[in-house]
Design a binder for this molecule. Structure first.
Ligand code: CTP
Length: 211
C-alpha cells in the first residue's frame, strides 16, 4: 500500500521571528512511518518542524504551516491508499503576517486570529475507497470527542488519546490510546511505546483494507 502520514506541529507565523504552534514532537507520526516502511509499504511522510530524523526509506516532505501541510496532503492523496493524520495541525493563525518584526508596544491586546484549513475535511471529496485515519488528542471527554470527530471528518478510524496524562501524548515515547472504528467498535489499548501503538494502528488499517 501507499501510506501518507502527517506528523508534528505546524507553525503559524506572526512576523519574521514569531509563530504560534503546539507541543507536538512528531514522535507518533514518525513511529507510524517507520513501522509502515518496516512492513514493506510505500510511505510519504509530511511533517511540520520537528527535531527528528526521517526514517530510512520514506519520501519526506517537510512543511511549516497548516496551509503548507494542506497543499502537500492534497497533492499526495490521489496517489495514496491510506491517509493517517497524526499531525497536530494548528487550528488558528494570525490574521495578518507582518513583514517586519512587530514592536511589543504595537501588540498589546491586538492578536487577531483566523481558522486554518481543516485538512481532513478538505480532502473528503478525494476519499473514494481510501482509508482515512485521524487522531484526537484530548484533555477531557476523550472518547466522546473522538467519536464526534470520527463522524464529522468522515473517518474510518480514529486514535483517541488523553494528552493530560504524563505518559501519553505530546513529547513522550509512550501512549495510551483507544482505537475507534467507523462502526462504533472501540478497542482500548494499554500503555505502550509509540512504536508498538504504530504497529497496532497498522494492524487495524490492514484489516480494514481486507474487509
Ligand atoms: N486536523 C486537520 N486539519 C486541521 C486540524 C486538525 O486535518 N486544521 C486533523 C488532525 O490531524 C487530527 C484530526 O483532524 O487527525 C483531529 O484534530 P483535532 O485538532 O483534535 O480536531 P479539531 O478539528 O481541531 O477539533 P477541536 O478543535 O474541536 O478539538
Amino acid at each position: 500500500m501507499h501510506i501518507l502520514v502527517t506528523a508534528g506541529p505546524t507553525r503559524e507565523a506572526l512576523d519574521p521571528v514569531r509563530f504560534l504552534s503546539n507541543r507536538s514532537s512528531g514522535k507518533m507520526g514518525f513511529a507510524i512511518a517507520a513501522a509502515a516502511v518496516g512492513r514493506g509499504h510505500t510511505v510519504t511522510l509530511v511533517s511540520g518542524p520537528v527535531a527528528l530524523t526521517p526514517p530510512d526509506g520514506v519520501s519526506y516532505v517537510p512543511v511549516e504551516s497548516a496551509q503548507d501541510m494542506f497543499v502537500a496532503v492534497k497533492a499526495q492523496v490521489p496517489d495514496c491508499d491510506v491517509l493517517i493524520m497524526a499531525a497536530a495541525v494548528a487550528d488558528w493563525r494570525p490574521t495578518q503576517v507582518s513583514e517586519q518584526k512587530l514592536k511589543k508596544s504595537s501588540m498589546d491586546g491586538m492578536l487577531s486570529l483566523e481558522r486554518t484549513p481543516d485538512i481532513l475535511a478538505s480532502v473528503q471529496a478525494l476519499k473514494g475507497s481510501r482509508v482515512y485515519v485521524g487522531f484526537a488528542a484530548e484533555t477531557q471527554s476523550v472518547e466522546a470527542e473522538a467519536r464526534r470527530k470520527l463522524n464529522d471528518k468522515g473517518l474510518d478510524l480514529i486514535v483517541a488519546n488523553d494528552v493530560s496524562r504524563d505518559d501519553a501524548g505530546f513529547g513522550v515515547d509512550t501512549n495510551v490510546a483507544t482505537l475507534i472504528a467507523r462502526n462504533g467498535e472501540a478497542e482500548s489499548l494499554p500503555l505502550m511505546s509509540k512504536a508498538d501503538l504504530a504497529e497496532a494502528i497498522l494492524d487495524r488499517i490492514e484489516a480494514l483494507r481486507r474487509s
